[in-house]
Design a protein around this ligand. Sequence first.
Ligand code: 4NP
Length: 545
Amino acid sequence: MRRKISDLLSLIEKVTSNPQYNLLGVRGGKLTYFAWEGGKRKLIFWDGREDKLLATDVAGASMGMGNRVAYTMDTAQGKELHRVYLAEEDKVTPINSRPMRVWSIVVGDGVAFVGSSEKTFLYVVEGTEAKEVTELAPTSQVTDFKGQMLTGFELKGNSSHLFFHDLANGETRRYTPREGSMNSGPVLHDGAAYFQSNFEGENKVYNLDLSSGELTKVLEGDASYFLSIQQGKLVAIGQRNGRSRLYVNGNRIPTPEGTLLGALLDGDDVYFNYSSISTPATIMRLRGGQVEVVRGGTRLELGEVQFNRVKSFDGLEIPTYIVTPKERRGTVVYVHGGPWGEVSDTYTPLIASLALAGYKVVAPNFRGSTGYGDTFMMLDVGDVGGGDLRDVVEVRKTLQEDVCIVGYSYGGYMTLMALGKYPEMWKCGFAGAPVTDWEEMRSMSDSSFKGFIDILLRGDRELMRDRSPISYAEKVKAPLCIVTGQNDSRTPLRPILNYVNKLNESGKSFEFHVIPGAGHIPYDQEKLNKVLLPMLLFLEEALGN
Ligand code: 4NP
């Protein structure tokens, strides 16, 4: 029996109206936090008695020091031309800068951010002005600001090095322990930098003395780390098999099974942002050995969650999350975005709505995924839509039943590649905001995405054509649904229109939805509904009996 649209919509609304919370700053029990509430992205300050709404339609935010938090707003309806704001308790200060794509902001002894338009620069906030400090590689992040010293990392080719910019003399030093290694997430403390590196194979955390250059290993055993220094202590979130562990100065702090999206110290309290596949982002506090929920915590019953490893064509093990709902209506392979991303034990509206709708969700962390070390992540550099796609195919082969493939962004790209290169394997495909043509997309990109595409495809035009779905549109067999935002500036509309034209000219069965006023990420509930409803209606038809 096919379900009615109203049934599917109410099921989606269970997902899209479910609140999510992330703590960004805390001091003395006063909280600055991000809230997805009533389907809107908000920034809220809790003064200990009541919530004060600081902003709605927040595009991104970064962890602050104490109660100072920086955030961005999009000035261009999804095109991601950001302006930067500072929130200090309930006071909000807009920063003067040209709207541009802002990937990372740091709040330390000062405020700095990395912004991209034609080029990528490091900016420092002085009063209410953003001052250009130095040019960085297109794909860079700033991660700490102590005294006059700024640090972060820059990606170049197949490696990533740290940078240290000293505002006192305007000099930028670059550091890598070994050419070709990946180094990231540096934070500053006592004349030294803590960072993670894979220069000895696995990711480990090191301490680099900035005056002597001495390097000491600090932490190992997890696949990747997120670091910060708080109250003079090293706070590390380690990620392994899609789940997180929290360490303060190397000591493990007990947290529930799932992922930690951030952790903040406030005196003796430890706050953390928790999520699992079934639990939307929730603020929790560890106080006197007891874990309490501060905001959120509404679990959805999505079904049984399993973590498997599937051997791929060359023996590489592909970590795979599987969610099996109680009442099953079909199976989908879900391909995550990125490619530098992962399906971890974290709530996502896409997986949640698929599982709630009764689909078994099989989600491979193909080579190139994050969370399994930088060596694994770099395996798809120069080979996007190659080995990673074969990993997805190998995982599909472990399933006997009809399977649809579903993905968003890079996952949408993989969906189109899978339908074009392995047309017999899929009952249908759903692609949100897909990459369809690397070359054309590159020509429309800003510095950060040009740089990213050049890293992923090594600037090789031939490879770009060979790995673009538009080259295989004529081979697609299964019914296909594409949904995309009109104002998307990461995977822009024009190359998608070209792909759709090609489908049309070769007489394929497809549907195509453009969401007006939407960018790459369908931020609010209304926009998200416009992605999820076509998806579920399409799957209902393709997999329904
Ligand atoms: P996403 O997909 O990271 O999953 O959002 C991509 C979007 C843009 C590019 C690559 C992947 N790009 O290189 O421009």
